[in-house]
Design a binder for this molecule. Structure first.
Ligand SMILES: [Mn+2]
Length: 396
């Protein structure tokens, strides 16, 4: 007997009944039977995870059986009357957009103007369109950083982040507490220290004492530097260092920023500029990492599938941080650290569409757009388009 079906977002092709909201339990069962040949099944402590491949997309399908039914579907004794108790409906998701106009953590000015530029270059119009389609998405405006001139401290942006972080964490945490998925418009990449903390703190409030959070880091750079003369000494080069539990200039002493993540729950996608010390850390800690060349060689579908197969069952929540410089500068020239040979906009869109399908998605960031270096607002427009794909999900 099936106690819980998770087929809404699976978009099972050749199985029209499975797409229907008013799914007849019998039809669900028959569909599953029909599809078993193309599904790969794995039993876990709380159910049966089935995954399925299509040329460009991967979707998790989760079916939990009551104890009376053995994991092996074929052994179920009463296939004629399965009962669907709960169906996860991705359309019921609530998205909240927050601008984080903060660029003190970068050696260049400009990313602080990105939230406004991305909105003006199309995001606001797209949000209105999505709302008219009945999707629950709202722009909550900017979370303003404290006023004041930039300090001369090192790493650059540390003092400003120490001042800004409590408000940033509180706002994003409040959004998650409301049941929304915050979409954070950076800003430079140092802000991830606050957004991941917000996710962890919200989960703790939900009663998970020691939450496991997966961090999908889509970027040309691992941002895994440590302070010192060998590095750029900017906060946006070190968020990963902080998030894995090392101290960066006392940041870890701030209670709001104390949560950390497990290196086994981090995955890099799109890397192509890695410092020697970062390379060493990634190898020593065994962090899952796909370079831009890996994406080219394996295909984005396989990279995503491999990453999810490893992570999806082991974590309580997932965070996607998308540095726009993961894309090739040909598609997204408005960045501070352009690196040739990056992902295409289409591969970026696949990542966003697949993220939409993640049941455990808790927060998404789009960072490091620099309008001052953009050409014809193309980067700001691409950013809006990627977020559209995230909110709406796969095209068909
Ligand atoms: Mn980057």
């Amino acid at each position: 007997m099936i106690s819980r079906g998770f087929l809404g977002p699976a978009r099972v092709s050749g199985c029209e009944d499975a797409k229907s909201k008013d799914l007849a339990p019998g039809a669900l069962w028959l569909c599953l039977r029909e599809l078993l040949g193309t599904l790969s099944l794995k039993s876990t402590h709380d159910g049966l995870i089935a995954s399925r491949s299509t040329p460009l997309a991967w979707s998790p399908v989760q079916i939990t059986f009551t104890p009376s039914c053995p994991w092996n579907v074929d052994d179920c004794t009463d296939p004629s009357s399965p009962e669907v108790v709960e169906e996860v409906n991705m359309q019921s998701r609530k998205w909240e957009i927050f601008g984080v106009p903060f660029d003190h953590g970068s050696e260049y000015e400009g990313t602080g103007a990105a939230p406004e530029a991305i909105r003006e270059a199309g995001l606001t119009r797209r949000v209105e369109r999505l709302r008219s389609q009945g999707i629950d998405v709202a722009d909550r405006g900017d979370i303003q950083p404290p006023a004041g001139s930039a300090s001369e401290d090192s790493p650059k942006g540390l003092t400003e982040m120490l001042e800004y972080a409590p408000a940033l964490v509180a706002q994003l945490e409040g959004s998650i507490d409301r049941g929304a998925i915050p979409i954070v418009l950076g800003g430079d990449h140092s802000l991830t220290v606050a957004s991941v903390a917000a996710v962890i703190r919200s989960l703790q409030k939900q009663g998970i004492a020691d939450p496991s959070v997966a961090l999908l880091w889509v970027d040309a750079h691992p941002d895994f530097e440590t302070p010192g003369p060998h590095s750029t000494n900017t906060m946006n080069a070190m968020p990963v260092t902080h998030l894995l539990g090392r101290d960066v200039g006392g940041l870890r002493q701030l209670p709001d920023l104390s949560p950390s993540i497990d290196a086994a729950h981090l995955a890099f996608i799109g890397l192509r500029d890695v410092l020697t010390e970062e390379k060493r850390s990634i190898r020593e800690m065994g962090i899952r990492a796909y370079t831009a060349s890996d994406v080219e060689r394996l295909g984005i579908d396989a990279v995503w599938r491999e990453t999810m197969a490893d992570l999806i069952e082991r974590v309580d929540a997932m965070v996607l941080t998308f540095d726009i410089d993961a894309l090739d500068p040909m598609f997204a020239p408005g960045v501070d650290y352009p690196e040739l040979g990056g992902l295409s906009t289409r591969e970026g869109a696949v990542i966003m569409e697949q993220a939409h399908l993640l049941e455990k998605l808790a927060l998404v960031e789009l960072v490091e757009v620099n309008p001052a270096k953009d050409k014809d607002r193309i980067t700001a427009r691409v950013a809006g388009q990627l977020l559209h794909r995230l909110i709406e999900g796969p095209l068909l």
